[in-house]
Structures are given as structure tokens and as C-alpha cells.
Design a protein around this ligand. Structure first.
Ligand SMILES: CC(C)(COP(=O)(O)OP(=O)(O)OC[C@H]1O[C@@H](n2cnc3c(N)ncnc32)[C@H](O)[C@@H]1OP(=O)(O)O)[C@@H](O)C(=O)NCCC(=O)NCCS
Length: 194
């Protein structure tokens, strides 16, 4: 299925910290509810999505998605990405052991290739470095995920190393690349992230 989707520009509106919703040019990033469980199961349950994530098992059932949404805690920032009222993916961050925000995202397969991960990712990065006040952000992708590598580069991250990361869907460890972005690095880059 090929969709007609408005081209993106760089415009992002960051809402005040108290507002749980962030609006980008084409997307609304809003908290997930139990009503999203079926859609999350449908989109994240696709093997090509699940296998690139750490925590989505395969197969991924409605019960799994429902439990995941219920388990999202206060300390975790997860937002559903809505396009014209339709949920197309999710993004957010968790705070790692070093106090850095670890950014994550997935997009439903029918919506790949339209710049949505980059658009949502930019908003989450701006939210973390701005209102949330993080000094350091980190991000990882499996080595066999060039699309995510490209998104991470576009978000202004730089490669800091490699390791082995667990994948629930694959039920094994897989080579993983690690990236970081600091507030000072981000200021230095300005608008120059590829
Ligand atoms: C990775 C993912 C989030 C990308 O979403 P998306 O909305 O299609 O991403 P964008 O359109 O913003 O950008 C994708 C970029 O990767 C590039 N790309 C796509 N497939 C690629 C490939 N096989 N090799 C190299 N680059 C590729 C695109 O050309 C684009 O770069 P460009 O803007 O310079 O042309 C999506 O594929 C996904 O959800 N995958 C499964 C889950 C996942 O990987 N989550 C991230 C875990 S780290």
C-alpha cells in the first residue's frame, strides 16, 4: 500500500512540560491507553517491527500489548504517534543507569519511509534536551537495522561503540551499535545533523 502523505518540514511545537501531548507538523504524540492495545499488537506484532526492538516478543498478542500499556510506569515516557487520528507507532525514552535518556521508537510497516520516525524522534530529542533537562541522550539499534541507523544519525547522535543486545522477538542476543548525544554536542551541531 502506498499512501499520499504530506511532505514534512522542520516545524515542531513543544508543549509545556505539564502537557502530555507533543504536536509535530504531521503527528500528535500522546499517551497510550488500553484502547490502543489492538492497534499496537497489530503494528508492533509484525515480525519486521518486532525483531528490531528489544522488548516486543514474537508472536505479539493483544494480551501482550495490553499488559505492556498497563505496565508503562510514571518514570517511563512513552507516546503513541497519531497521524490524522490513526495510531501509526510509538516513541519515547527511559532513563538508563547513568541518568541518560535512552530514546526508542517503532513505526508500523505501512508507514515506513515517510519521515515519521525522524519527525517524532526530533520532537522527543528536543523534549529531552529542553523541558526535561537531560544533558545526555543515548540510543541503540541492532547492526542489521540500517533504517534506524539513518534515523539516529539524522537526529544528531554519534556512534560511541558496539555491544551485544537482547531481542525478545529473536530470543537471542544480536550485535548492537550504541550512540550518544549531549546537550553541548547538539548545540555545536545546530541544524547540521544530516
Ligand atoms: C527504523 C524505523 C523506525 C524507521 O521509520 P521511518 O519512519 O521509515 O524512518 P524515516 O522515514 O524517518 O527515515 C528512514 C531513513 O532510513 C533510510 N532507509 C530505509 N531503509 C534503509 C536501508 N535498508 N538502508 C539504508 N537506509 C535506509 C531511509 O531512506 C531514510 O533516510 P533518508 O531520509 O535519508 O532517505 C522503522 O523502519 C521501524 O519501525 N522499524 C522497526 C522497528 C525499529 O527498527 N525500531 C527502532 C529500533 S532501534
Amino acid at each position: 500500500m502506498k499512501m499520499t502523505v504530506r511532505k514534512k518540514t522542520m516545524q515542531t511545537t513543544i508543549a509545556p512540560v505539564a502537557d502530555p501531548v507533543i504536536r509535530t507538523e504531521r503527528l500528535t504524540l500522546r499517551p497510550l491507553t488500553q484502547l490502543d492495545a489492538a492497534r499496537v499488537a497489530e503494528l508492533a506484532g509484525d515480525w519486521d517491527v518486532a525483531r528490531m526492538t528489544v522488548r516486543v516478543p514474537y508472536p505479539y498478542t493483544l494480551v501482550d500489548a495490553d499488559e505492556w500499556i498497563r505496565s508503562i510506569s510514571d518514570g517511563e515516557y512513552v507516546r503513541g504517534m497519531e497521524l490524522d487520528g490513526t495510531l501509526i507507532g510509538a516513541c519515547g525514552y527511559v532513563v538508563d543507569d547513568s541518568g541518560a535518556a535512552e530514546i526508542g521508537y517503532w513505526i508500523g510497516k505501512p508507514y515506513w519511509g515517510y519521515g515519521f520516525a525522524t519527525e517524532a524522534g526530533r520532537a522527543v530529542v528536543a523534549h529531552c534536551l529542553g523541558p526535561e533537562g537531560f544533558k545526555r541522550l543515548v540510543c541503540c539499534h541492532f547492526a542489521d537495522n540500517p533504517a534506524s541507523a539513518r534515523v539516529i544519525r539524522k537526529l544528531g547522535f554519534r556512534l560511541i561503540g558496539s555491544c551485544s543486545g537482547w531481542s525478545d522477538a529473536r530470543q537471542c542476543h544480536a550485535p548492537t551499535l550504541r550512540y550518544e548525544q549531549t546537550r553541548s554536542w547538539s548545540r555545536f551541531l545546530g541544524g547540521r545533523a544530516a
